[in-house]
Design a protein around this ligand. Sequence first.
Ligand code: CA
Length: 231
Amino acid sequence: MAQKARLLIVEDEAAIRSGLVDVFVYHGYEVETADHGDDGLRKALSGQFDLILLDVMLPGVDGFEICNRIRQQDRQQPVIMLTAKSSDEDIVQGLTLGADDYVAKPFSVTQLVLRVEAVLRRSGFGEASTREIRLNNGLVIDTENLCAGDTVFTRREMDLLHYLCQQSERPVAREELLARVWGYANHMEIETRTVDIHIAKLRRKIEIDPANPEAIITVRGAGYRLMLAEQ
Ligand code: CA
């Protein structure tokens, strides 16, 4: 079964918002909405969405600022801006702030769906998942059978490894792991410890010396990074 893409729609106009929800639900997306910039910002930074559709003019924090904040946190997060006018200035500003694309209102729904699909494809969404993960310490993890030799992994551990593997170019914050691997949007202190506990268990399984980890390294202030074997 194809994986459902999770879409966040930040749009204050109720008619447009509900129209977009209908269209994307119809096309098989999981959709969440925000009708205010502040709520949009909070949800956008949760790291839970495969793509964010972002209106520019919003009550509270505007769409440009939300885009800017998303980029400070996550350079990879796909974002499409919905601009009210197709003025070049808006478009240039949106793209300068790091939106992946923009769609000018009034837009054709078909065009918008195609743009969303294109941006998701470029972001690597829905790519066949890796059958094996090769770590820098020589360990090869069989992701289908949840094992590496005699070592067996839980489904959660494998999801965690998988997500870190997909993001292996960068360290991943615990909050993002909670959102993406556990599905927790509003983390609490106790929940970020959940991530640490799972990382510790994983290290005992995959590290040559768990006290001096080399496969899952801690990047101070940034999170955990999985170190893959050189290609
Ligand atoms: Ca608006």
